[in-house]
Design a protein around this ligand. Structure first.
Ligand SMILES: [Zn+2]
Length: 346
C-alpha cells in the first residue's frame, strides 16, 4: 500500500504523532527505512541500490527472537528520527547517524542480555570487557557497511565519514542501559542548574545518549493496547533467558522467571517510574517531540498500577487460602509452587 509513496510522504508519515512503527509489514519497514535514508541524500550522496542492499542486509542480520528483532530495530530508528527531526541543534549528519544507529543498534541480538553473556562465559563477553552486546552490534554495522554495494557512507568526504561512524558508535554503545543512570544524572544536573550548552559537544553527546535510550524504550511509551502486546513479546524473551539460567543451575531473577508471572505488573511499574519516565521527561526538556511518548508512559503507568493492585489482591487471597487450608482438618486441593504461579494469568 505504501510502495508508491514519495520520500517526502514517508517523512511526513513517520513523524506524525499517530504513526505506529508496529503497523507496517516487514517489507514496508524496509521501504520506509530506504525512503528515510534517502531523505538525507544531500549529505550522503549515496545510491538508492546501495541503500536497498544495506537495509535488506540489516534486516537479514536481526535474529528471529521474540523482541530484539528487525521490528524493534526499525521502531527505534523511526522513534529517534521523530525525536530529532525538528531539532535545529542537530545537523543533518547527526540526524542521519541517529537513524542508522537506531536501525542497527541491536543487530544479531540473541535474546539474552550482557549479564547472561558474562555469567554463561559466552565468547562475546570474553571479547569485550564492557558492553559486549553493544560492541557486537556496532561491529556488525561496520561489517555490513564494508560489504560491496552496501556502503551508504562511501560518497562522503573522509571527514564526514569519520564523524558519522564515530556518532553511530557512540549512539549504539549508549543503548547499554547499564550506562543510563550515570548519563541521566549528569544531564539532569546540567538541565537543573542551567549549564547545558548545545554548543558543547560533550553536553550534546549526553543528550544524544538519553535520546537513544528514550527511543530504545519506545515500546513502553505506546498506546496501552500496543504497549501491552510489546511487553508480552519482551517477557517471552526474558522467560526464555530465565529458562536457560535455570537449565544451567542458576536461579533466574523474578523478571525472567516464568514461575513468577504475578511479578510482571510490579516490574513494569518500577521500570516506568525509575527508568522510562525519568528518561523521557529529561529528553522532553530538550526535544519536545518526546511529549506524546511521555503522555503514553504516564497512562501506561496507571494501567500497570491497576494490574499490580489486582495481582497483589490475588496473592493475598492465595496466602489466606493456604493458611486456612493448613488450619482446616478437611484437606482442600493445595495451590502452591508452579500451580500457584500458573494461576496468575495477566
Ligand atoms: Zn534495543
Amino acid at each position: 500500500m505504501y510502495t508508491n509513496c514519495s520520500t517526502t510522504i514517508w517523512n511526513v508519515h513517520c513523524t506524525c504523532p499517530s504513526f505506529s512503527p508496529y503497523t507496517l509489514s516487514n517489507d514496508e519497514k524496509v521501504l520506509s527505512s530506504v525512503k528515510l535514508i534517502q531523505s538525507f541524500s544531500g549529505v550522503t550522496k549515496c545510491e538508492v541500490d546501495d541503500i536497498y542492499r544495506f537495509t535488506l542486509t540489516v534486516r537479514k542480520n536481526y535474529r528471529a527472537v521474540p523482541y530484539h528483532n528487525w521490528t524493534h530495530g526499525y521502531s527505534v530508528a523511526q522513534t529517534i528520527y521523530r525525536l530529532t527531526w525538528e531539532c535545529d541543534h542537530f545537523c543533518p549528519l547527526e540526524k542521519f547517524s541517529f537513524f542508522v544507529a537506531g536501525l542497527c543498534h541491536d543487530l544479531d541480538h540473541r535474546g539474552t542480555n550482557n549479564q547472561f553473556l558474562v555469567t554463561s562465559c559466552a565468547s562475546l563477553a570474553a571479547l569485550y570487557s564492557t558492553s559486549p552486546l553493544e560492541y557486537h552490534h556496532f561491529n556488525q554495522t561496520v561489517s555490513i557497511l564494508q560489504q560491496n554495494g552496501m556502503n551508504i557512507l562511501k560518497n562522503m568526504s573522509s571527514e564526514d565519514y569519520k564523524t558519522v561512524l564515530a556518532n553511530i558508535k557512540h549512539y549504539i554503545l549508549a543503548t547499554d542501559m547499564a550506562k543510563f543512570f550515570g548519563t541521566s544524572k549528569k544531564l539532569n544536573t546540567q538541565a537543573t542548574n542551567g549549564t547545558f550548552n548545545w554548543a558543547n559537544p560533550e553536553h550534546k553527546l549526553l543528550l544524544s545518549s538519553l535520546a537513544m535510550n528514550g527511543a530504545d524504550l519506545n515500546s513502553t511509551a505506546l498506546p496501552w493496547a500496543e504497549a501491552r502486546l510489546k511487553t508480552k513479546e519482551l517477557f517471552d524473551e526474558f522467560y526464555a533467558m530465565g529458562d536457560s539460567e535455570r537449565q544451567a543451575g542458576r536461579e533466574p531473577i523474578a523478571l525472567m522467571d516464568r514461575l513468577k508471572l504475578d511479578e510482571q505488573p510490579r516490574t513494569q511499574v518500577e521500570f516506568l517510574e525509575n527508568v522510562s519516565i525519568p528518561c523521557l521527561k529529561l529528553v522532553n526538556q530538550f526535544l519536545p517531540e518526546a511529549q506524546p511518548y511521555l503522555d503514553h508512559s504516564f497512562e501506561n503507568l496507571d494501567h500497570w498500577r491497576e494490574l499490580m493492585k489486582e495481582s497483589e489482591k490475588k496473592r493475598a487471597c492465595l496466602i489466606r487460602m493456604n493458611a486456612e487450608d493448613m488450619e482446616s482438618p478437611v484437606s482442600m486441593p493445595k495451590i502452591g509452587g508452579v500451580e500457584k504461579a500458573k494461576s496468575f494469568r495477566l
